[in-house]
Design a binder for this molecule. Sequence first.
Ligand code: NAP
Length: 231
Amino acid sequence: MAVKIILVTGANRGIGLEIVRQLAGMGHRVILTARDEGKGEKAVAQLERQKLNVEFIPLDVSDEKSIRQVAEIIQKKYGHLDVLINNAGILHGSEGTLSVSRESLEEHMATNFYGPFLLVQALFPLLKKSEDGRIVNFTTGMASLSSPDGGTAAYRLSKIALNGLTAILSADLRGTNIKVNSVDPGWVKTDMGGSGAPKSVEEGADTAVWLATADKIPTGKFLRNRKEVAW
Ligand code: NAP
């Protein structure tokens, strides 16, 4: 097995931490990133107790300086990147389109859309040097345009924008060695999903881990449970 260099955002807890655990367990070189250094180091120590070695680099995806710094560190240390997993996300409030504030919309867009977007731009030169570059964008069934629902407008709109990035970017990447897909993990038991969610973090991480490591994967698709779903 070729060892891949894989960066996961928002990986100090929830689905992101589980993705790191599974990928490190397969023997890949995984970079666990988190916006809070203390929380990131605690997550790394937790994995070390399970005999898993991962590297920690601080990364706040809503901070352009932090994004530039992570790109510089990976350039110096590895010279390339094989997989970027845009997992970090926020969901604050359930206001619908008629009452949601501009501030809330901007807050969600900063983390859930501009973060992944700017990371892709910053890391593209490193992904281009991979023999088999991959980008995985975490979105949600709540961003579905084929069966839209109301409420939670800031979150939905930010993830719809991220799905749009997946689709357009895959066309821009045609003819390159980089594949990009969106993932809906389903409703997962995490701080965001709550304790009543039916899926475990292991199940929530599965499609992203598969997209990061399988020999053959699609590009420009929206996937749930490893299968293509309608946007
Ligand atoms: P979670 O338990 O709330 O964890 C979110 C992670 O994102 C945390 O590590 C958090 O860090 C990090 N984060 C937030 N803002 C950040 C920023 N500016 N920079 C870096 N990291 C940041 O969420 P989850 O359930 O694991 O969700 C992971 C992804 O799946 C998200 O994109 C979410 O939208 C998507 N998703 C989840 C579900 C579900 O049912 N759980 C369903 C559909 C889609 P802190 O600890 O510092 O806050």
